[in-house]
Design a protein around this ligand. Sequence first.
Ligand code: HEC
Ligand code: HEC
Length: 237
Amino acid sequence: MPLRQTATAMALALFAGPAPAQDAAELIGDAGRGAQIYRSCVTCHQIGPGAENRTGPHLNGIFGRRAGSVEGFDYSDAMDRAHGDGLTWDYARLDAYTENPRALVSGTRMSFRGIKDAQDRHDVLAYLRQFTASPQDIPESAPTAILREVDLPPEVLAIVGDAEYGEYLASECLTCHKRDGSDEGIPSIVAWRAEDFVVAMHAYKQKLRPHPVMQMMAGRLNDEEIAALAAYFEDLD
Ligand code: HEC
Ligand code: HEC
């Protein structure tokens, strides 16, 4: 095995756990087809020469761009926080955000239901990539940057959480998050839809979301524990 591939495989194992190492080449989409799919973005985003901010920020140079960093665009508090945490738009994170914006940035103002089909996402990202001058985190130049998107097996989403156990586990969370749902610096996690909560926790666990404390918190929890916490917090009001 060539050295480069070994390093890639190791990095994938490190970040993505036991997921099958995907061949980077498979991920490079068809930009022509992507241009068609981009029509679902164009009501809110401009791209290309002279692109300006509209409902959404312009998307020139998006690969390698720090989230929430376009001058003069009024981002949501959630995107400002992601910016503060160091979220940067590499391939995997664009893929995750395009699939389900709220899985990566819960309070995002981008009201877009997401593109479920993986090939459609690869194609639209191939299209966007043409407007980044020197792409950094694209599959062929930085294969180690590829992380899985938050794709949870249906069994994990189907776990019915034990709210009582969740209450027990939640005491640690409540040293930071407020039980009454107030949001001063630390976001509220009360009365979320359980599924959104589960997806958000797994995004920390898989290190797609950058916040180190939450990565550590989520990393210690197994699937049942995350479901239990989701069930407990869903019913708090
Ligand atoms: C209904 C309007 C709307 C649609 C449709 C939409 N977006 Fe967005 N997008 C936004 C808004 C608003 C933001 C800023 C989000 C925030 O501040 O939380 C955003 C942010 C983004 C960002 C982050 C930009 C940054 O500077 O950090 C990316 C990347 C993005 N959108 C890509 C897309 C893609 C790709 C599509 C189509 C597949 C799409 N969006 C469709 C409104 C939209
Ligand atoms: C040491 C303080 C601290 C502890 C303890 C903590 N959190 Fe967090 N949590 C944070 C901070 C800060 C954020 C915002 C992170 C970010 O910007 O992504 C956050 C974000 C979150 C989010 C995403 C919120 C959003 O709006 O996107 C969820 C869900 C969450 N925490 C759940 C939990 C759970 C469940 C526990 C207990 C197992 C827990 N947290 C323990 C500080 C903490």
